[in-house]
Design a protein. Structure first.
Length: 42
């Protein structure tokens, strides 16, 4: 596997591992802001 493929593969794995934990410490207001940003960037 070439470096660029490895980087893409690792980024995908890291996203799957990190995304579910991002909001654990958010207040409800912070979560609402985060959700809105995600919706706008789809």
């Amino acid at each position: 596997m070439i470096d660029s493929e490895l980087k893409d593969h690792c980024n995908g794995i890291m996203s799957v591992e990190v995304l579910p934990k991002i909001g654990d410490d958010f207040t409800p207001e912070q979560m609402a802001i985060f959700d809105e940003v995600i919706k706008r960037n789809r």
